[in-house]
Structures are given as C-alpha cells and as structure tokens.
Design a binder for this molecule. Structure first.
Ligand code: GFB
Length: 313
C-alpha cells in the first residue's frame, strides 16, 4: 500500500475499525475513506454499489460487523446471521465489481469447531460442529472466508481473511447484557469496588479458557498482513496464551483494586470450553503481539475511568 492509495475502512467507528484507522493515520496514510452507518447502510446492496462506483477504493479493510458477547450472539441469532451476511456480501461483491486491489476480511476464532483440538490450526475449519451460542455469527464469518476464496478462485481477486482471537481495547461496548466478557468484568468489578460490594458475579462456571488480544496489536497484524500475505484460506491472529475466566476476573480485580469475592452464576452459558489459536503461521511470517494482557487491561481501565460511567450505559 502506498501512502496515497485510497483505503476504505468499513466499520471505522467500531473497536477494530477505529484501531485500524488510528494505525493507518499514524503511519501517514493520507487517503482514508469511511462512512458512518447513517451515511451508508452496508446492509443495502444499492447503497454499497453506489458508494464503490463513486469512490473506487484501492484497498478495503472489512471490519464492519454486528458483534457482541455470548448472550447477544445467542439472543439475536437471526440478526447476527442476516446482518453479517448482508454486510459482507455487499462489500465483497462490490470490491470485486469495482476492481479493489486487495481486501481484508476480518472474522473470529468462533469459526472453529466447538471441540476441536487445541491450539486451533487454520486447517481445522469445517471439521466439526460449531458452538451453539454463536453458530449464526460463525456461519456468517465462514461464508465470508469462503466468498473471498471463491472470488479469488473464479476471478483472481486478492481477498484475504484474518481470524483474530477475542479482542479488547478502546471503543469497546460496556453494556452488561451484550458486551464481551473483558469489558463486562471491568465494569462489574469497577462498580462493585466503588459501591463497596462484598462480591461480584461472573457468568457460567469460570472454567472456560479464552485468549485475549489488544486491538492495537490486531491493527498492527492487519497492516502487516495487508503488506505480506496474498493467499486463500485464513490466518489466525492471537497471543498464543489463554487463561480461565476465573483467572481473568482475578487479574482484573487485582488491577482495579477490588478485594471482594468472585461468585458464579451457573444459569448463564459457558460457551466453548477453550479456543486458543495456533499462531505459528503468522509467527513464521515474522509477526508477534507486543501488548501483554496486564498492560492492555491497565490501558483499557484507565480509559474507562477517564471516559466516565455515563458513556457506559
Ligand atoms: O466474551 P464472551 O461473551 O464470549 O464470554 P465468547 C466468554 C466467557 O466469559 C463465557 C464468561 O464463558 C461467559 O460465560 N463470562 C463471565 C461472561 N462473566 C461474563 C460477563 O459478565 N459477560 C460476558 N459476556 N461473559 C463470543 C462469541 O464468544 O466471542 C462471538 O459469542 C465472538 O461469536 C466473540 O466469537 C469473540 O468468547 O464465549
């Protein structure tokens, strides 16, 4: 990518898209294009087609998606499947039609089978049944990977797919019902501390293991892959380390300074028992994550405190 190339970031105001935008701006890319969802409805084929016809971007980062934590995925099953399929179908199809040089499609580690061998290698895709709570989201993301590969096979486009592990960072959602675990626990534990509550409640058994990547590390990997990777299939992006949800709650409690106990709500789902990514493919290309989980949580908590609880409804 040259500094003058026109780069469209779909989903620029979300956690992932905004991190990619920050990074591109910091690196001196001067021709970035983005639209709010009010200006451009990515679910609308005619609007997306017109946008591409008028703007003709050289490169596309497809970071727009309907996302959420385990309960949101399980509750809004139709929305997660339909909206994500529409967004990615429209953007990928128009990228082909209007000659985009290269597109990056962002997925998620939930595309792998629920009980796959750990760590999860890229070739485990479609080798077993998915986790029920996020099956609609995973099916949409798998369709996106296959659509990129199909355009490459049939029309020779350079569309690549990147699968990040669970992400966290600035511009995350703190709504307790729909958030992912890390922001949800930051909010719950912060509120328990300031209200002098004796305990905080986490969902499920606390036994599932998750791997967490700071979103600025993901943005770094995205730029790296946009420069160096030009193949079909997918590339995992993670840290190679995971921990149990109980350990995560204890780590966050330590950083926030909450001394109460941690209780479990067993009526809430655990989801996939473990989804640790095998990161050897990316490591062999020469990339690794830099921000430790402790450092990342410190940064996020600092921002959370500065922004104030009013923005976290
Ligand atoms: O982050 P999370 O919502 O999603 O939950 P997944 C991870 C684990 O943390 C689950 C537990 O075992 C939850 O039960 N957990 C404990 C909590 N306390 C809480 C809490 O207060 N809030 C939340 N949200 N969880 C999602 C998928 O799976 O991850 C998506 O549904 C996507 O499709 C995304 O892949 C990255 O890691 O289980």
């Amino acid at each position: 990518m040259n500094k003058q190339d026109k780069i469209y970031i779909a989903g620029h105001s979300g956690m992932v898209g905004s991190a990619i935008r920050r990074r591109l701006e910091a690196d001196g890319f001067q021709n970035l294009v983005y639209r709010t969802s009010k200006e451009l409805d990515l679910g609308n084929p005619a609007e997306v087609k017109l946008f591409f016809e008028e703007n003709k971007p050289d490169y596309v980062f497809l970071a727009a998606a309907k996302v959420g934590g385990i309960l949101a995925n399980d509750t809004y099953r139709a929305d997660f499947l339909y909206e994500n399929l529409m967004i990615q179908n429209n953007v990928i199809h128009s990228s082909w039609k209007y000659g985009v040089k290269k597109l990056m499609f962002l997925g998620s580690s939930c595309i792998y089978p629920k009980f796959a061998t750990q760590p999860l290698k890229e070739e485990y895709l479609l080798t077993g049944a998915l986790e029920h709570t996020n099956e609609p989201y995973a099916i949409a993301k798998i369709a996106g990977i296959k659509l990129c590969d199909a355009f490459r096979a049939q029309y020779g486009t350079n569309f690549i797919s990147v699968m990040p592990t669970n992400l966290y960072g600035p511009n995350d959602h703190y709504d307790l019902k729909n958030a992912h675990v890390l922001p949800a626990l930051i909010r719950k534990i912060h509120e328990a501390k300031i209200n002098h509550e004796p305990f905080v409640t986490i969902w499920g058994s606390g036994e599932p293991k998750r791997e967490f990547l700071f979103v600025d590390d993901l943005a770094d990997a995205c730029l790296f892959l946009m420069e160096h990777h030009n193949e079909a299939g997918l590339v995992n992006v993670g840290t190679g380390k995971d921990l149990t949800i109980m350990e995560l709650a204890e780590l966050i409690s330590g950083i926030i300074g909450f001394r109460g106990s941690i209780q479990r709500d067993l009526s809430k789902p655990d989801g996939t028992p473990r989804k640790l990514l095998d990161i050897s493919k990316l490591k062999n290309m020469g990339w690794k994550a830099r921000i430790s989980l402790k450092e990342g949580i410190r940064r996020v908590y600092e921002a959370y405190e500065k922004e104030g609880s009013s923005t976290h409804a």
